[in-house]
Write a protein that binds this ligand. Sequence first.
Ligand code: UD1
Ligand code: MG
Length: 448
Amino acid sequence: MSTDLSVVVLAAGMGTRMKSALPKVMHKVAGKPMVNHVIDAAAKLDAVKTMVVVGPDMPKLIDAVAPHPTFEQTDRLGTAHAVLAAKDALTGLSGNVLVLYADSPLFTAETLKRLVAAREEGDHCVAVLGFRPEDPSGYGRLVTDDQTGMLSAIVEDKECDDAQRQITFCNSGVMCFRAEDMIATLDAIDNANAKGEYYLTDAVEVARKNGKTCVAVEVDEAETLGVNSRTQLAEAEAILQDRLRTNAMVEGATLIDPASVFLSADTKLGRDVIVEPNVVFGPGVTVGDNTVIKAFSHLESCVVGAGADIGPYARLRPGADIGAGAKVGNFVEIKKAVVEDGAKVNHLSYIGDARVGAKANIGAGTITCNYDGYRKQHTDIGAGAFIGSNSSLVAPVEIGDGAIVGAGSTVTGKVDQDALVLTRAARTEKPGWAAVFREKMRALTGKK
Ligand code: UD1
Ligand code: MG
């Protein structure tokens, strides 16, 4: 970008149609609040400053957008009024100011770049992203000059005359301003209209009156979806999932049944990763090259090393760090634990607050007992150790390198390197007892 870019994100609406205690723009798509999708898209344009306009009493929203400064719009008097809540911070800026709605999470950085480039190209006062919806009702209409093709006005749906209402080119809401003109332009907007609101869209008419030019740039309707309800939230999710799946495949991952794989906006899949059907990637997952994530696995905030084999039915919770070539099999849950290279946890285990050393083998049903009701304690399993099936490792506990824990043991404390530890009850065997028992019982009850 040749000149500076600042961004104002409008996020003041509570979104009553969501019927939620949470501000609308905090609702997530692809594991990330809508407002952060908008901020992150703008960040790809190297914005020098991002300002967020919030409504009263939205502390969670202020936290979610930190460290970006927020400005409170106390009364909802329209989109121009909302932008002017950040007036002090907008004063003295140069270059471009992009205005984005926080409830429209699907605009791509490429599209925003196109808009900014068009604004700069003719040094226009305002550039607007327009689209052509099947049903234009409710949207502001973009009136363009027949001769020059330039944008001459935006007329809100409620203000349209019959001819204007026939216009199919509509305002998506995204606008880019020439920073130096912006405050004077917005200050000149009044609220003499059907809704009694200060319409940001009136900036175009003000600019034109002052002899300045404006331009419209067309964008595909799929990017413009604004979310007002839970059904539209699901529509946005579907569009974004589609994009993320396509992108994962373009980058070299195989999704056997893409429609059944759910990704997060920040999911990172390496090359030649194979993802089987019905896998969910929560936020914060990085998967190395050549791994297989088998069906019905659930991963969040974890790292999977190259060549690892995960699932089917594996659950990797936050802090799971799976080494190269390691195996995590069916019905295994791993939380805040490092499973080092080549280690195997193949069946029915819980490994939490632990280290599993390289090439260690964890038998079926092994549980790290990490919680005493008050504290979380650590389990350390050395390289090459062998933990027999159905063992309970009661943390804090340390199993030395190469040690063997006999199946069914309950282990506390420290086991030395290469030792065998067995904590089973001593075996008792009574020859013939079972047969005698059955005979007695048959005599007593008459049952065969
Ligand atoms: C707006 C545009 C319209 C466009 C449409 C696209 C104006 C006047 N109209 O209409 O041309 O076609 O979006 O969806 O801008 N907001 C505030 N404070 C306010 C008012 C609004 O923060 O005082 C925020 C809302 O939370 C929302 C955004 O600004 O995120 C747009 O407001 P909304 O009321 O939805 O505008 P529309 O009538 O849809
Ligand atoms: Mg709207």
